[in-house]
Design a binder for this molecule. Structure first.
Ligand code: 5GP
Length: 189
């Protein structure tokens, strides 16, 4: 998606050779109009799949997942990282290693929101080593639902998540694939 690549080049900050900061439009402040464009593009790539639900992990996956779900006309379910008193006790749980914090946390989805009649699209903001996406894949599997694929806003192609998912036969669509972030330059695939 050329507009996304241009925006990353213009507004992205290279924090280290492995971390990209895009908090002006995706991860802190959200460019509401642009996030709708992202949703249209992701929805377009999966529009023939008969998707019934979009799933992501709170918090930064929610914006692109919501715009995608809105275009597809289906509900968005986001996995929770903390267990609120109001949350159902019947939940699917998976452990996920956090890329940004290095810690391991549980993600939880109420069983009533995913079932074997669903065809599910996983959406996330970034794909690095694939831990977040694979945690969601496991939850989809546990629910008996069908997985349509994984839609990613920014994939870092020099980290192993994309290969890991694709080697499992999972369809991964990324709107921008960063090949490298050496020096001060972001190179796209
Ligand atoms: P993974 O689980 O694939 O290793 O990492 C994906 C998750 O970590 C995403 O949900 C995203 O929140 C976060 N993440 C991974 N790489 C980056 C990055 O370069 N920048 C930002 N802002 N978040 C990242």
């Amino acid at each position: 998606m050329d507009a996304l690549k241009e925006k990353i080049k213009r507004e992205g900050e290279i924090i280290s050779s492995s971390i990209l900061k895009v908090d002006s439009f995706l991860n802190h402040q959200i460019d509401a109009g642009f996030i709708m464009e992202i949703g249209r593009e992701l929805a377009n790539r999966f529009c023939d799949e008969g998707i019934t639900k979009v799933i992501t992990i709170e918090a930064s996956g929610i914006a692109p997942a919501l715009s995608t779900a809105a275009v597809l006309g289906v509900p968005l379910v986001f996995a929770k990282k903390t267990k609120a008193a109001t949350m159902d006790t019947e939940v699917y749980v998976e452990q996920v290693k956090s890329f940004t914090r290095g810690t391991v946390y549980d993600i939880k989805v109420a069983k009533k929101f995913l079932n074997k009649e669903d065809k599910v699209l996983i959406i996330d903001d970034f794909l690095a080593y694939g831990h977040a996406a694979l945690g969601l894949v496991q939850i989809v599997k546990k629910s008996g639902a069908d997985l349509a694929g994984v839609g990613i806003v920014i994939e870092k192609g020099f980290q192993s998540g994309g290969k890991l998912l694709r080697d499992q036969g999972i369809r991964v669509e990324s709107l921008a694939v960063v090949e490298s972030m050496e020096g001060n330059e972001i190179i796209f695939k």
